[in-house]
Design a protein around this ligand. Structure first.
Ligand code: BMA
Length: 868
């Protein structure tokens, strides 16, 4: 049977069986009738014969992979072999059934939540819409196109790269873009409103996919449908919160309705409206007395109310809509001071030091990102004491579920619009497309309590002024490009925020200084890349600390299990093997020799540690170095509180298995740095600063009340012997940083040990409860001869928890725990172990005690240098 006949038989059979089922359902007449089109999809490359099963939501690469038609692009250098896909056009089709009752509904729309990207959609052979922006949803009326029984939906995706090329060729100058990996030299991404990182970034592959990346649904309804709800705060205090519910409703004929707004156990409000045919906004004012406020992680509960809005015609409920509401007041404060201007978020009158990271999508193919992965990333943030993530502008406006999880967990969101490190075309179609995208996403995301800031772009301003871009064009062209910048970032985007989400601030570019000026560290935010790109030592983090550090970081390799998942041969396992060189995307050797990421990792290791003797040790040291860098940075930022009020490192996650700045790898495995970040972001920390002359201890607290505590300093030899003890009762001030101890460094010279033979343990406690602890070394690790420790272990089961108890004979640096061939999560890892003091670690594993003890592996810095 040929393909057309096969299709006909399929259509008849589907229509028959669906007819039976649907006629049974017809008896149950409902106001709405929806069909989620998530099954029965097929795809093929344009110009080929065979249709194959496809996943929706999904994408071409993933479908090809499922059918074994391409090799896994995550392995080795396979990415190169699949580059042809981006230059082809692809088709998707679906045959679905429509019942008579659905057809009888007054309004029927086809809703695409996301088409990636250049899509031509036809229904039963007639074109119904065209898409050219992956970041917006499409909704189109299909009542007159549908028929009872089988219907065929067809989508043609044109190659985004070819489309981009057409646009590029129309311009007589090249628009700059840095990060796109362009094997053929032309950077086309800027012409397409599609995730920039799909075209390659300095931590990700180039896999320019196409597909239906978010759900597709037929929505059919009679009389009334709620399209959108926004609870616009009028005033919020701890005594009272006043809101205006702005409800967009669509009605199919003039009707009179009763709306009931209900918050269980809090309020119930009824109001009647006379509605005209079509879409309109109605407003319902309501007030919550003594509201439970929404707090960010660490400051209190992230309380969310369930607000139900129902519409009734007489006694028949036409529609019920439920939305969460987090009651909170959030402002970006930029007050003039003696140095410049502050830059911090004030939540319910409390200045919040933003602790967090930059977030990228956890998959290169967005459609395959699961709820579990979203949950895992947000849990990783929460576990590491974070209260903010920055959704960076080279990626996507995330799915609702990401923001829902942020709302539930008190994670504030710094939201970039999707523009990064590139110039933006200024033709009217492109600008109109951007306007639609901005309006759509601001309206979609404004309902989330976690939304803290809208930011125009990532690094476009500094790129223009500092990366030689402005000068690269003749004056007339550069004036035009700058005018286009102004149109997008000073008009279109802030207008969208002002129109739909005026309660949240707009910040045109990250980084920049107050007044849209170039970053100056005296106001605004800063990306501190002195460490890594400028190759400065970690001590630099403490110099000229900015007001809010929205990016900084350094790379490491992921653990060996992850590395083995993307390599195939032993020869791959060296830090500059062909596979590792290929995967390392931070390569700026065109600027200066040695600016290759793998080499830079090695150089940073050598700054602080003795070099590794084999690849595994190199991987371990790369992680210790990254952990040390992030610890140094976070502590420096927090010590400078309230001058500095934010520390978001680059980056919490990965979109494929690779070496990168991530603190948690693609598979969710914590690197040493994530443990270090967790400690440095504790609500209360002690931080030691050693200058050439003094030793200072700072206490940093985000608690809102002052309290008395005991500060203890123990200067010890590596075997634990006490050289000097200092005990002080101190007052810990609320929500700030204070110096709680200071001594001239020369005093330590009189101790009975040299600085490279000792360590300092600082502890803060109250009523015998340990509040904070830190360890300070007086020399770089590479200048310290760590004695080989004897570490003893014991596994106890307490209330279903598996607890590993460790004890050491000597100070042990960077103790790394693993269980051979098993996936075990350790509550702490890559830690320092102090003699004379047991350390307990909780293990998440299904293994029993015997299995753990038999296969437990312990490594520490001293082990690396045994034979040296
Ligand atoms: C930042 C980001 C990204 C980039 C990262 C590492 O500046 O904005 O563009 O991936 O640095 O280079």
């Amino acid at each position: 049977m040929n393909t057309i006949n096969k299709l006909k038989v399929r259509l008849i059979l589907i229509a028959f069986f669906a007819g039976i089922i649907l006629s049974a359902c017809d008896k149950n007449v409902k106001n709405t009738d929806n069909i989620l089109l998530d099954k029965g999809w097929e795809f093929r490359q344009v110009g080929t014969e065979e249709w194959r099963e496809a996943s929706v939501p999904g994408c071409v690469h993933n479908d090809l992979l499922t059918h074994g038609l391409i090799e896994n692009p995550f392995i080795g250098m396979n990415e190169e072999k699949v580059q042809w896909i981006e230059k082809e056009d692809w088709e998707y089709r679906n045959v679905f059934n429509v019942s008579a009752s659905l057809l009888g509904k007054a309004s029927i729309t086809l809703n695409f939540e996301g088409l990636d990207t250049y899509a031509i959609v036809s229904l039963n052979g007639q074109e119904i819409l065209q898409g050219d922006n992956m970041f917006i949803a499409h909704k189109t009326d299909v009542k007159s196109y549908l028929q009872k029984g089988a219907n065929e939906l067809h989508i043609l995706f044109k190659s985004p790269v070819k489309k981009g090329m057409e646009k590029l060729q129309k311009l007589d100058y090249i628009l700059k873009a840095t990060n796109e990996i362009a094997p053929e030299g032309e950077r086309t991404n800027i012409f397409t409103r599609k995730a920039p990182y799909h075209f390659g970034w300095d931590w990700g592959p180039r896999l320019v996919t196409s597909g239906i990346w978010r759900p597709v649904e037929i929505k059919a309804w009679d009389l009334l449908k709620v399209e959108d709800v926004f609870f616009a705060p009028q005033s919020v205090s701890k005594n009272r919160a006043n809101y205006e519910a702005k409800v967009t409703v669509h009605v199919t004929k003039e009707i009179s309705v009763k709306a009931v707004l209900n918050i269980p156990n809090v309020l119930n409000k009824e109001i009647t409206f006379d509605l005209n045919e079509g879409e309109q906004e109605v407003s319902i004012d309501f007030q919550i007395d003594n509201p439970k406020l929404w707090w960010s992680n660490g400051l209190g509960e992230a309380h969310l109310y369930d607000v139900n809005i129902s519409f009734f015609q007489e006694e028949q409920e036409l529609e019920k809509y439920t939305q969460k509401l987090g009651v909170r007041n959030l402002e970006l404060i930029q007050e003039a001071d003696s140095i410049g201007r502050s830059f911090y978020f004030k939540l319910n009158d409390v200045p919040v030091f933003a602790k967090g990271a930059n977030y990228i999508p956890s998959e290169i193919f967005n459609a395959i990102q699961t709820h579990e992965t979203y949950q895992r990333v947000i849990n990783d943030a929460v576990k590491a004491n974070m209260n903010m993530l920055r959704v960076w502008g080279g990626a996507v406006y995330e799915n609702d579920e990401f923001y829902e999880l942020c709302d539930e967990n008190g994670i504030l969101v710094w939201q970039d619009f999707m523009f990064a490190c590139a110039l933006v075309p200024g033709d009217s179609l492109h600008l109109e497309n951007i306007r639609k995208e901005a309006n759509y996403n601001v309206k979609r995301l404004r309902k989330f309590a976690s939304m803290a800031l809208w930011c125009g772009n990532n690094e476009n301003l500094i790129a223009w002024n500092n990366w030689g871009w402005k000068e690269a064009y003749p004056k007339k062209v550069s004036d035009k490009i700058w005018r286009d910048y102004e149109k997008v970032f000073y008009e279109i985007l802030p207008e969208a925020v002002a129109n739909y989400h005026p309660q949240v601030s707009y910040w045109a570019s990250s980084p920049q200084a107050y007044g849209d000026n170039m970053p100056d560290r005296k106001s605004g935010d800063e990306h501190d890349w002195t460490v890594w790109f400028a190759q400065a030592p970690f001590e630099n983090y403490a110099k000229e600390v900015p007001r809010f550090v929205s990016e900084y970081g350094l790379q490491s390799f992921p653990e060996m299990t992850t590395i083995k998942a993307f390599t195939t041969e032993d020869k791959d396992l060296t830090y500059r093997s062909e596979v590792m060189e290929h995967r390392q995307r931070s390569n700026m050797e065109w600027i200066a020799p040695g600016m290759n990421g793998n080499e830079m990792i090695m150089r940073y290791i050598k700054k602080y540690y003795k070099p590794a003797q084999n690849f595994e040790d190199f991987v371990y040291l790369s992680q210790l170095t990254q952990a040390k860098g992030l610890k140094t940075a976070i502590e420096a930022h927090r010590r400078n509180m309230p001058y500095c009020m934010g520390s978001l490192y680059w980056q919490i996650n990965d979109c494929w298995p690779t070496m990168s700045w991530a603190s948690v790898d693609y598979f969710g495995r914590w690197k040493a740095s994530h443990y270090a970040v967790k400690k440095a972001f504790e609500p209360i920390i002690l931080s030691v600063e050693q200058t050439s002359k003094v030793l200072r201890v700072y206490v940093i607290s985000e608690k809102l009340e002052a309290f008395q505590a005991d500060l203890q300093l123990h200067f010890r030899k590596m075997n634990g012997d006490l050289l000097l003890a200092e005990n002080h009762e101190i007052e810990v001030l609320p929500n700030t940083s204070t110096i709680c101890f200071e001594m001239p460094l020369f005093q330590i010279n009189f101790l009975d040990a040299r600085k490279r033979e000792m360590f300092l343990q600082v502890r803060l406690g109250s009523d015998n409860v340990l509040i904070a602890e830190n360890i300070h070394l007086f020399r770089k690790e590479k200048d310290i001869r760590f004695p080989i420790p004897k570490i003893t272990t014991q596994i106890n089961i307490q209330e279903d928890q598996k607890i590993l108890k460790l004890n050491t004979s000597h100070f042990s640096k960077g103790v790394q725990l693993s269980v051979k061939n098993e996936e075990v999560f350790f509550s702490d890892n890559y830690f320092d172990l102090i003699p004379g003091k047991d350390k307990e670690i909780i293990l998440e594993t299904s293994l029993d005690s015997a299995q753990i003890s038999q296969n437990l592996m312990i490594n520490s810095l001293a082990d690396l240098y045994k034979s040296k």
